[in-house]
Design a protein. Structure first.
Length: 416
């Protein structure tokens, strides 16, 4: 097992010396109600090296047997129509997903992709159908909305969460609400609506702080967003107000530029496009950001991926390695990828991280060649800074002296 303290002590030293890496690694969840699928997206691949992997990097069926006595669990739904309903949200610290079909909210353990709790929307203070869910990591509340009102509940590990904010009318002048999220940096609520606007306001406010038209005006995107909007997700790993929004067919990555204007967010190796087409299948209903690691590149025998989410703090974050020979494993890390990969011909190792500037390694540790967990619990900020991306891969020296490498993984120290 790699010592978490060893990894963090080296990371802290290097991160303190390094400028924030321009690429940010996270994934984006959406729900396709008609076929009952949750889909996790990254990328999609682009650029000379086709980084990162994607578009769809994981999926599971949210339609599962109920776990709360006579209470139902979410079922397939059609998110289309004048007022799209259904949504998804993520508790990044617990690595838990919330999915609603508009009438029932389900909680799912991401690691096992199984339903762990469910509850009806109606007793929570809002009339069905629910159109949006958004996680508030500061209060540990789940914000919910229908077309005209919003409220907040507190999941408590049971099928009867506590209502924290009773049904509250949306600020004047907004169209019918289709999604909601909470900005961990400011506490403001963000919403999108049927008229194609993204707006933000403090809870309880009678008027919005800013409202941005995002349909039909996006430059640098092959397909313009249309009305109604069906999903919105703030990006907690960026220092500024960046978000993703969808009309069900296209996903756009945008940033707030003030004065009622939103434009394309900066692109990079892990997010090469301002916008991209939704995965095949029914319309997307809802979006939610996750601080999951993103895989890229190809190794020559070992598969590496992250588990948990790289929030500060996190008790569940770490790596999983499997495949290749048993032997001595080293974890290499740096602050950028290698594109193209570096081939060390003498030992046939593919280098997935940039070996210029700051980089290092941890190890060796004994590796059995089968699936091995490498836990790396993360401290709270400011022990590590937000918004810095780290790029890693493993290399294993087998018993015959040959070296085998893994693919690359990138992750970003994110707000919860």
């Amino acid at each position: 097992m790699i010592s978490p303290r060893s990894f963090l002590s080296i990371s802290i030293t290097l991160v303190a010396l390094a400028a924030a890496a321009p690429a940010r690694a996270q994934t984006l969840y959406a729900v396709q109600g008609l076929n009952g699928l949750v889909k996790e997206m990254a990328g999609p691949p682009g650029g000379a090296c086709g980084y990162p992997d994607g578009l769809v990097v994981s999926h599971f069926d949210y339609v599962q047997a109920g776990v709360c006595g006579g209470l139902p669990s979410p079922v397939p739904f059609a998110p289309g129509g004048f007022l799209p309903h259904g949504d998804i949200a993520v508790d990044r610290q617990r690595d838990v997903l919330f999915v609603t079909d508009g009438a029932v909210i389900g909680e799912y353990d991401v690691s096992t992709q199984t339903l762990v709790a469910s509850y009806l929307a109606l007793p929570l203070g809002l009339n069905s159908p629910l159109t949006g869910l958004g996680w508030d990591s500061t209060n540990r509340w789940l914000w919910i909305c229908n077309g005209s009102e919003y409220a907040a509940l507190q999941p408590n590990g049971t099928c009867a969460p506590a209502l924290q904010v009773f049904a509250t009318p949306a600020p004047a002048g907004l169209g019918l609400l289709t999604d909601i999220d909470c900005d961990v940096k400011t506490g403001e609520l963000w919403v999108c609506d049927v008229d194609g606007f993204v707006s933000r306001f403090p809870p309880g406010a009678a008027a919005v702080s800013n409202s941005m038209a995002v349909t039909g005006v996006l430059s640098g995107c092959g397909t313009l967003l249309n009305v109604p909007l069906t999903g919105l997700a703030l990006d907690p790993s960026r220092p500024g107000p960046a978000f993703a929004v969808t009309d069900g067919l296209t996903v756009a990555r945008l940033a707030e530029y003030g004065g009622g204007f939103a434009g394309g967010a900066p692109t990079n190796l892990l997010q090469p496009d301002v916008c991209f087409a939704a995965p095949a299948g029914p319309l997307l209903a809802g979006l939610a950001f996750a601080a999951h690691g993103v895989t890229y590149g190809i190794g020559n025998g070992t598969l590496l991926r992250t588990r948990g989410q790289s929030t500060l703090p996190s008790t569940t974050f770490g790596f999983e390695a499997e495949g290749g020979p048993a032997g001595h494993l080293f974890l290499l890390y740096g602050f950028g990828p290698s594109c193209p990969a570096i081939v060390f011909s003498a030992h046939a190792i593919l280098g997935q991280i940039a070996f210029t500037g700051l980089w290092g390694l941890v190890g060796p540790v004994n590796y059995a060649g089968s699936k091995t967990s490498l836990p790396v619990p993360l401290p709270a900020s400011p022990a590590l800074p937000y918004d810095v991306s780290v790029w890693v891969q493993t290399v294993v020296q087998g018993p015959a002296g040959a070296w085998v490498s893994s693919n690359g993984v990138a992750f970003t120290f994110s707000r919860p």
